[in-house]
Design a protein. Structure first.
Length: 136
């Protein structure tokens, strides 16, 4: 069985995901943009029983947007990094792709809520690329 490990930026929270990922969505909804501060969230979906906390589970807090049917986020209380959380209906685990130590076993399936993408998203794909930060 394939396993993946990941964690938060400060290292207080570590987790393992067992088994394959079933979906990989790049979500351009306004909620994901606002919460992440980016053009889209990159979320992997795994089976409900796939998540194992290796350390720091007590440092994880969850936010469920009350007026939303399914929007939630879990994060490290020390550094604010997003970490996995169970879907509200219990049907799976949502895993922020950027929190994994390695690469997932699939490429993104789709861009969802693409009509809500930011005007600068597509022009940004063609912007200069640097292996490190830009030179002043």
């Amino acid at each position: 069985m394939t396993t993946y490990e990941g964690g938060c930026l400060c290292g207080q929270v570590r987790y393992r995901i067992s088994g394959p990922f079933h979906q990989f969505h790049l979500c351009h909804c306004s909620r994901c943009q606002r919460f992440s501060g980016t053009a889209h969230a990159a979320n992997l979906i795994a089976a409900a029983d796939a998540l194992e906390w290796l350390k720091g589970e007590d440092q994880v807090r969850r936010f469920d947007l009350p007026e939303a049917k399914s929007f939630a986020r879990a994060f490290c209380t020390q550094c604010g990094s997003m970490v996995p959380h169970e879907k509200r209906d219990g049907s799976g685990v949502i895993v922020p792709a950027g929190g994994l130590d390695g690469e997932p076993d699939l490429d993104p399936n789709d861009h969802i809520f693409y009509a809500g993408r930011r005007d600068w998203y597509e022009p940004g794909l063609g912007a200069k690329k640097y292996d490190q930060g830009p030179k002043p």
